[in-house]
Design a binder for this molecule. Sequence first.
Ligand code: 5AD
Ligand code: SF4
Length: 471
Amino acid sequence: MHLPDYKEARTRDKREYKRVEYSFSDDIKNKYIGKKFHLKTYGCQMNEHDSENIEALLIALGFSKVDDYLDADLVLLNTCSIRENAHNKAFGMLGRLKHRKQEKKDLIVGLCGCMAQEASVVEEIMRDYKFVNFVFGTHNMYQLPEIIDRAIEENKQQIEVYSREGDLVEGLPVVRANNYKAYVNIIYGCNKFCTYCIVPYTRGMERSREKEDILKEVDELIKDGYKEITLLGQNVNAYGKDLYDDYTLGDLLEEIALKDIPRVRFMTSHPWDFTDRMIEVIGKYKNIMPSVHLPVQSGSSRILKLMGRRYTKESYLELFNKIKEVVPGVSISTDIIVGFPGETEEDFLETLDLVNKCKYDNAFTFIFSKREGTPACKLDDPVSLKEKEERLQRLNEVVNKYFLENNKKLEGKVVPVLVEGVSDKKNMYFGYSDTNKLINFESDREIEVGSIVNVEITSAKTWSLDGREVK
Ligand code: 5AD
Ligand code: SF4
């Protein structure tokens, strides 16, 4: 048994970690043939991609996938800790599973992902959710087959959570959710320790994958006909810093852009590490999509300081304007938190002012959520939830206005769209533009999902655009 510990999770030092090649133990391969699993994923793209590995490991154990948890012999929740509501959703599902287990006594229930890294969650599970068969952490994913096998064989709750990252495991099997777009991890963890954020504790120290491993994965995806890859990391802009003297995300992006892949994306970027070299590379290559996610969090320099974000409103705006200047037609999206402890009406007005300057193409807006163990959790927080909700609403009204305004500029223009699906209506399809906008369009021919087609925009809405295919 290994229990999580935040003190340990917080430590950062120059440690050597080994790169190890994964191999699946032959003893348990296909051992559970005939059994069914249901995997529920909460949270970000990182979790979605982890679930693609988890699914492959479960399949190697012999399990087959079902969409309804009521049909499953094993239910696994891949959880998220970022805000309290993600937490509550997972605990809500555990409540339903407790009930389900009364009907189906041999149901196996597991929890993994970020919540597994939280000591308070694991304590609660050990105390009040004894029916949960196993818990494993983000650094223990590769041990999943052995943990599940032990949980079943020994019929005893298994808790395997390393607080410190171990080896960097390459070669995990993967079942990708799509056959035309794929996620590729380039860096794990985060060293930024923004004061509100739990990620540095749940995902550990920044560790870059070796560039050869990344390029090999990209080559395989190209060979398999993939059209779009998204390079993933909590902070992709820190790529390479822990591994190389002079090889950065700009270099990696350039090397990938020179390959025969139509679309390259990357997320998420921290403004702190955004170099001129990166901006230049994004602007230079047509297959690096002109779409940047650049979380600002707040427009008040005072709050940014309390958040530990390492930039001011002014320096953020400078970077924002540079990207807009150098990358033609770029769309920029952001994340914003309202109601950080001590945020005054003046601070909030600074955020609105910044939004009015940046006119974002998309924005994810949140009310500050206290995360136990983070420094912001201890700050005085006099503003009421009601007031925070009002601020969120005021903010949303402003950001939405700009989504529509930006989308309107595309009316009459022709944009490339990667087709992701067919809608219920005849001859109607949907997909995403190069600037990452959702496009619903009609065509008089049959189009294969995964094709890239040209679409003339006929009308703009706040969260999507309508159009028709042009040849
Ligand atoms: N409360 C509210 N929002 C948060 N985020 C991260 N931590 C918190 C928190 N404690 C938001 C940030 C981040 C996004 C992924 O989630 O905006 O960019
Ligand atoms: Fe969290 Fe900040 Fe790291 Fe993003 S950069 S994961 S907000 S600590």
